[in-house]
Design a protein around this ligand. Structure first.
Ligand SMILES: [Zn+2]
Length: 533
C-alpha cells in the first residue's frame, strides 16, 4: 500500500478515536455542584426516592398511584401547588381513570405566553422505567429547584407536567391539551424522553420551521448533540412521543432523548443500575440551558418561517445555515469544482480518459460494499443464526462490517489507481459528493451537510493548489486530500455511531455503507504519488 494512503488511514483511525471519546456525555456533577447548575447526583436522589421499589408502574396500577402520590408530595414540599387532572381512558378494553400531575412556577410576566416542561411518569408493564421516563421526572425536579433557589430568573410562567398514559397512546398529553385551562396559554414545550439507558442527550426533533429555535439551541447548549439528518429520518418513522401531540396543537419547541443501550428499552433492564448518570447530567443540563435561553427571549418575537440545516461536531461545535441556501451553495461548489478540473486539464494533470477511469471508483466502492454487505448478511448471518447473538456481543460483528468496505476498496482501486491517477480519482470522487449535495438539496435537505461540507473543503484545497500551480508531489496531494478527509470522517463517523444507536442491528449493511463513505476520502490517495515536488 502506498505510504500516503497509509497516512490517510492513520488520520481516519485518529478521527475514529476522537469520535469514540466525544460520543460519551459530559461527566455528571456531584451533590456539591453550585446551586444554579444542574447536578445529576441531586437528580438521582429524587429518582431513588421515587423509584425505591424499582417496580413497573403502568397507568392504572397500584405502583403508578404510589409514584403519583410521591410526585405530589414532592411538589408540595418545595412550596408549589400540585394540581391533578383526571381523565377517562380505555386501556386494553378496560375503563380506567388516569391522572396528570401539573404545577406552575410564576414568571415576572404572568400575562405572556408560557413554557411547558413535559415528561411522563407511567411505564410499560415490563419495565421499571428508570430511563423511560422517570429520569425525566427526576431531572424536572432538579430543574425546578434551580429556578426556585439557584438564582435564575423566570420571565415567563413555567408549567410543569408529569403526565400519565403516555405508553398506552400519548393519552395524558392529549387530555392536557384538550381539557386543561392552562394549555391555551402555552406556546413553547420541551419534552424529555428515553429509548435506551445511556449515550448522549440528543435534540432529535423540533417543531416545523424551526430555524430560530435551532439558533437558540446553538447559542445556549454547551454540549450540543443534534443534527438535521436525525430529524429527516425520525419524521419518516412511525414513532411517536408526547411531542407529536404538542405539535398537533401548534406548540413550538424541542424534543430530547437518549438512545444508547437501546436493547434495555421497555425491558426489565431499564432500571437504575443501567441508567447512566452522565447521560442524566447531559439531558438535564441541555434542557435547563434551553429553558433558561427561552426565558431570556421575548417569545412573541421569535419567527417560525423557515428551516435550518444543522449539526454538531464532536459534541463541541455547532453549525447551521438556512435551508434556502442549500441550492445556491451546492451549485456554486459544483461550478468551482469544474473550474478546478479545467485548470488541472490546462496544467496537463487531467484528461477525459483519466476522469473516465476515475468515475468508476466511488460507485465501485459503494455498490461493491452494498453487494458484499448483503451477501455477508445472507450467508454469514442467516447460516450461522447470529441474530439473537448479535445484540449482546455487537463488537466483533461491527468490526466485520467495517472490514467489508476495506476488502472491496483495494481490488477496485488496484485496477483504477494507475489508469485514473491521483487527480482523476480526486476530481471524480468529489464530483460525486458535489452531485449528491445537489440531490440532497432537493430530496433530503437536512442531510445535505454530510456531502456539502467535505466537498467544500476539497474544492477550497483544489482552488488553492491549482491557483498556485503546485499540483504535483506528495505535499500538494496530501493538501488536496487530508483536510477533506478529516471533515468527512468527523461528520460521517459520529453520525454513523448515533444511527447505530437509533437503528441497531436491523439492515446491517448501512454500517458498512457509512464506513465506505468515509473511506471514499481515501480514494485519491490510493494513486501512485511521484517523489519530487
Ligand atoms: Zn417514554
Amino acid at each position: 500500500m502506498p505510504k500516503h494512503f497509509l497516512f490517510g488511514l492513520k488520520v481516519l483511525f485518529l478521527i475514529f478515536i476522537i469520535s469514540f471519546f466525544s460520543y460519551f456525555p459530559p461527566k455528571s456533577k456531584n451533590l456539591g455542584a453550585p446551586l444554579g447548575e444542574f447536578s445529576s447526583a441531586r437528580a438521582s436522589l429524587v429518582l431513588l426516592d421515587l423509584l425505591k421499589d424499582e417496580q413497573p408502574h403502568p397507568s392504572g396500577s397500584k405502583e403508578n398511584e404510589k409514584i403519583r402520590d410521591l410526585i405530589v408530595e414532592k411538589i408540595t414540599e418545595i412550596g408549589l401547588n400540585p394540581e391533578i387532572q383526571s381523565f377517562e381512558a380505555t386501556i386494553k378494553g378496560k375503563k380506567e381513570t388516569l391522572f396528570n400531575v401539573v404545577t406552575k412556577i410564576n414568571g415576572k410576566n404572568p400575562n405572556g405566553p408560557k413554557i411547558l416542561l413535559s415528561s411522563h411518569y407511567d411505564s410499560v408493564s415490563e419495565a421499571p422505567g428508570a430511563a423511560d421516563d422517570m429520569h425525566a421526572v427526576a431531572a424536572t425536579f432538579e430543574i425546578i429547584r434551580i429556578f426556585l433557589e439557584g438564582g435564575k430568573q423566570l420571565n415567563h410562567d413555567l408549567i410543569i407536567m408529569f403526565n400519565d398514559g403516555e405508553e398506552v397512546g400519548l393519552l395524558g398529553s392529549k387530555a392536557f391539551m384538550d381539557g386543561h385551562p392552562w394549555a391555551k396559554e402555552i406556546e413553547y414545550v420541551i419534552n424529555m424522553e428515553a429509548r435506551g439507558t445511556s449515550g448522549p442527550s440528543l435534540m432529535f426533533e423540533t417543531s416545523e420551521n424551526s430555524s430560530s429555535l435551532i439558533e437558540i439551541y446553538g447559542a445556549s447548549v454547551t454540549h450540543p448533540r443534534t443534527s438535521s439528518v436525525f430529524y429527516e429520518i425520525y419524521k419518516r418513522l412511525p414513532n411517536g412521543t408526547d411531542f407529536l401531540i404538542y405539535k398537533k396543537y401548534g406548540l413550538k419547541g424541542f424534543n430530547f432523548a437518549f438512545i444508547g443501550n437501546a436493547q434495555n428499552y421497555h425491558t426489565e433492564n431499564d432500571n437504575i443500575k443501567n441508567l447512566n448518570f452522565d447521560t442524566l447530567q447531559h439531558q438535564g443540563q441541555n434542557v435547563l440551558q434551553i429553558i433558561d435561553a427561552l426565558q431570556k427571549k421575548d417569545l412573541s418575537k421569535i419567527q417560525h418561517d423557515s428551516n435550518n440545516v444543522y449539526f454538531d461536531l464532536i459534541g463541541k461545535f455547532f453549525f447551521s445555515w438556512p435551508e434556502q441556501n442549500n441550492i445556491p451553495l451546492s451549485l456554486t461548489i459544483m461550478v468551482l469544482l469544474y473550474f478546478v478540473l479545467m485548470r488541472l486539464g490546462r496544467l496537463k494533470a487531467l484528461t477525459w480518459k483519466k476522469l473516465g477511469w476515475g468515475s468508476l471508483a466511488f460507485p465501485g466502492l459503494i455498490l461493491g460494499t452494498v453487494g458484499v454487505g448483503i451477501a455477508f448478511d445472507v450467508y454469514v448471518f442467516e447460516s450461522f443464526q447470529l441474530y439473537g447473538w448479535w445484540p449482546k456481543n455487537p463488537a466483533p460483528s461491527i468490526f466485520l462490517l467495517f472490514l467489508i468496505p476495506c476488502f472491496v476498496f483495494w481490488p477496485i482501486l488496484k485496477f483504477l489507481r494507475r489508469r485514473a491517477t491521483f487527480w482523476g480519482l480526486w476530481g471524480t470522487t468529489w464530483r460525486f459528493f458535489c452531485g449528491l449535495s445537489i440531490l440532497m438539496a432537493f430530496v433530503l435537505p437536512g442531510a445535505i451537510y454530510l456531502f456539502l461540507v467535505p466537498s467544500l473543503i476539497a474544492v477550497i484545497s483544489g482552488l488553492i493548489l491549482t491557483g498556485t500551480k503546485t499540483i504535483s508531489g506528495p505535499k500538494a496531494k496530501l493538501f488536496a486530500s487530508i483536510p477533506a478527509l478529516i471533515a468527512l470522517g468527523l461528520i460521517w463517523i459520529p453520525t454513523g455511531v448515533l444511527l447505530y444507536d437509533a437503528i441497531g442491528f436491523y439492515m446491517r449493511t448501512y454500517i458498512s455503507l457509512i464506513f465506505a463513505m468515509t473511506l471514499a476520502g481515501l480514494i485519491p490517495l490510493s494513486a501512485p504519488i511521484e517523489k519530487k515536488s
